[in-house]
Design a protein around this ligand. Structure first.
Ligand code: VAH
Length: 358
């Protein structure tokens, strides 16, 4: 994510004293053994997904360009290659991950590799391998090398038996997708490793994330990204969810900031290892109304598909009061603010009436 949004995000991050002083190698600490004030070396798995590119930029500006190692199994763009260290890493290859952790002297793992909701339902065997076997690899390595580890969870970790409006942090979790099942497993395994081995496991349950220049990858909430591109390209938005389907959502700047602030929070402040975080909750009907303030002529047709069955099992609104109380989480953009940010990024100069390209 380039340009204004990242700078806004950094300004809103409150620098933590513990990471303000860049390690200058004169702390008297033996080479290779880090003193407590040094920036962390961070490995991001699945870094070419919706969140990884933006998080790498934010963390590199905060911890140092060469302190954040992006990794994935895909070939990166020239821009990514020029932005900082990028390595091939298949999270199913335990030895390769171990080699990366040692060679780059990693302190934190941000584990983004996963198949998300609708994608996972179309390839359950692969989702089980990536989301479960891959998780086991990073958990074991985080334990072995005493790393701090972040694994995102999701609104999809709840199911139709959970309270849905709002959904609290602690309630029954019987998700109906392999994505949700694997994320509940991740939460439980991470908390087990925390209690059993003292590993610093942290997880945030994210709502649908809306990003301007990275593609979402799960399918169910992604209509809320597609509407902006359709409005600007064709003026016709085909929505695969019912008009009244309410889902929790968040703009990507808030999401990336939540990861940084959560990871920098002193462990003593955390009462839980896994927290809900959210910013807004809206229906397709509500976002259409907001988008039409920017693209008045937007045409909308509803062509409901199987993703409706997934959305119908997910929270309608998220209760994130524990995150706000325990470590000061707060969102910045609501529905109008998010729509403005998206159009400012995707069509910065035009007036609303000029935004449709027919
Ligand atoms: C999906 N966008 O639709 C992703 C996200 C909470 C939803 O994980 O699967």
């Amino acid at each position: 994510m380039s340009g204004q949004p990242v700078r806004n995000l950094l300004r809103s991050c409150v620098p933590r004293a513990s990471f303000v002083r860049k390690y200058n190698g004169v702390s008297g600490v033996a080479p290779g053994v880090k003193d407590k004030n040094e920036h962390p070396n961070v490995l991001i798995t699945g870094s070419l997904g919706q969140l990884g590119t933006g998080l790498a930029k934010v963390m590199r500006q905060r911890y140092g360009r060469n302190n954040v190692i992006m990794s994935d199994i895909l070939k990166p763009s020239k821009e990514i290659l020029e932005s900082g260290p990028y390595v091939f890493a298949d999270i199913l290859d335990f030895k390769k991950l171990q080699e990366l952790i040692v060679n780059y002297n990693i302190d934190w793992i941000i584990h983004f590799s996963a198949l998300l909701s609708a994608i996972g339902e179309n390839n359950v065997p692969l989702a089980m391998r990536v989301n479960i076997e891959g998780l086991h690899n990073v958990l074991e390595l985080a334990k072995q090398y005493r790393l701090k580890i972040f694994v995102p969870s999701t609104i999809g970790a709840f199911g139709p038996d959970s309270p849905r409006d709002p959904t609290p942090d602690l309630c029954i979790q019987r998700p109906r997708t392999i994505y949700g099942v694997s994320k509940v497993h991740a939460e439980l395994m991470g908390e087990y490793y925390y209690h059993k081995f003292g590993m610093d496991f942290r997880s945030l349950r994210f709502p649908g994330i809306i990003s301007a220049d990275t593609n979402p990858g799960g399918g169910t909430t992604d209509y809320a990204v597609k509407i902006f591109h359709d409005a600007l390209k064709t003026g016709h938005f085909k929505c695969y969810l019912r008009e009244d389907t309410r889902l929790p959502m968040m703009f990507i700047d808030d999401c990336l900031r939540s990861v940084v602030e959560f990871m920098e929070t002193p462990d003593s402040k955390l009462k839980m290892r896994t927290y809900n975080v959210t910013a807004m909750s809206f229906t397709p009907g509500e976002i259409v109304e907001e988008v039409r303030k920017h693209v008045p002529e937007l045409k909308v047709t509803y062509e409901i598909d199987g993703r409706q069955d997934i959305a119908d099992t997910w929270p309608k609104r998220f209760d994130d009061s524990n995150a706000r109380a325990d470590w000061g989480w707060k969102h910045t953009l609501d529905l109008p603010g998010m729509c403005k940010a998206m159009f400012d990024f995707l069509a910065p100069s035009e007036k609303p009436e000029q935004r449709i390209k027919m």
